[in-house]
Ligand binder design. Sequence first.
Ligand SMILES: N[C@@H](CCC(=O)N[C@@H](CS)C(=O)NCC(=O)O)C(=O)O
Length: 255
Amino acid sequence: MSRATLYVIPGSHPAMAVRRMLEHKGIPYKRIDLMPVISRGVLKAMRFPGVTIPSLRIDGRKVTGSRQIAAALDEVQPEPALYPADSAMRVAVEDAERWGEEVLADGVRRILWNAIKRDKQPLRTYMTGAKIGLPAGLAIATAGPIIAAEIKINDVNDDAVRADLAAFPGWLDRIDGWIADGLLGTETPNAADFQIAAGVRLAMTLRDLRPAIADRPAGEHAMNLIGDYPGDVPAVLPPEWLEPLKESGSTAQPA
Ligand SMILES: N[C@@H](CCC(=O)N[C@@H](CS)C(=O)NCC(=O)O)C(=O)O
C-alpha cells in the first residue's frame, strides 16, 4: 500500500482536487498545511521539482503540479483509473483537464485574491481545519506581505479579473456542455472531473459568484465531487464587474 504526504495551502483548489483523487483511489496520506509564499521555501528546501502547491511525496517520488500528480497517481496505483484507456477519450480528458488548470483554476485564483485584497478577514475562513502552526488571527494580522506577493505572482490586476468575470458564464457553459456530453460527471470520475470541480467549488466560496453557479450542472458536479470546502467571502467585488454573471440567467439567491 502506497503512503503519501501532500503539501497544501488552505483553500488551494488544485490541492483539493488532489485530496479528492487520493481519497477516490483509497490512498492514505498525510497532509501538511503551509502558508502561501512560505510554501515556496519549504518545497525548494525539500527539493521538489517545483515550488507550487500541490506537491506530493509518494513512494519516494516527489511530484509538483496537480496534473503531474494525477498522472503519477495512475502509475502508482492504476485502479480506479483517472485517465481512460481509450486513446481518443484520454486526449479529450487531458484537454479538459488542461483547460481546467490553465484557464478555470488560474481565473478563479485571480478572482479570489482580488477579493481578498479588498477584505483580508475572509482568509481566516479558509483555515478551518488547517494546522499552519500559528493562530488564525495572527496569520491574518501578518498576512499583508503574503497577499501582496500573491497578487504579484498571479498577475491579479483589476483588468484581468474583470475579464475573468466576463468570461465566467462561458466557462460554466463549457462545463455544463461537457457534463451533458458525458465527458464529465459520469460514474467513474476522471482527472478532468476533479480538476474542474475543485475550481468551480472554490468559486462557490465567493458569495459574489455562488448564485450564478449553484443551480447549474457545473455547480452540482462540484458539490458532488468535492463537497465540503472551507471558505466564505462576503460580497466584495464591484457590482458592475458582476453584471455578466447576472445576465447569464441565474435565479439563485446568495446564501
Ligand atoms: N497550476 C498549478 C497550481 C500552482 C499554484 O499557483 N498553486 C498555488 C496554490 S493554488 C500556490 O502554490 N501558491 C503559493 C505560491 O505561489 O507562492 C497546479 O495545478 O498544480
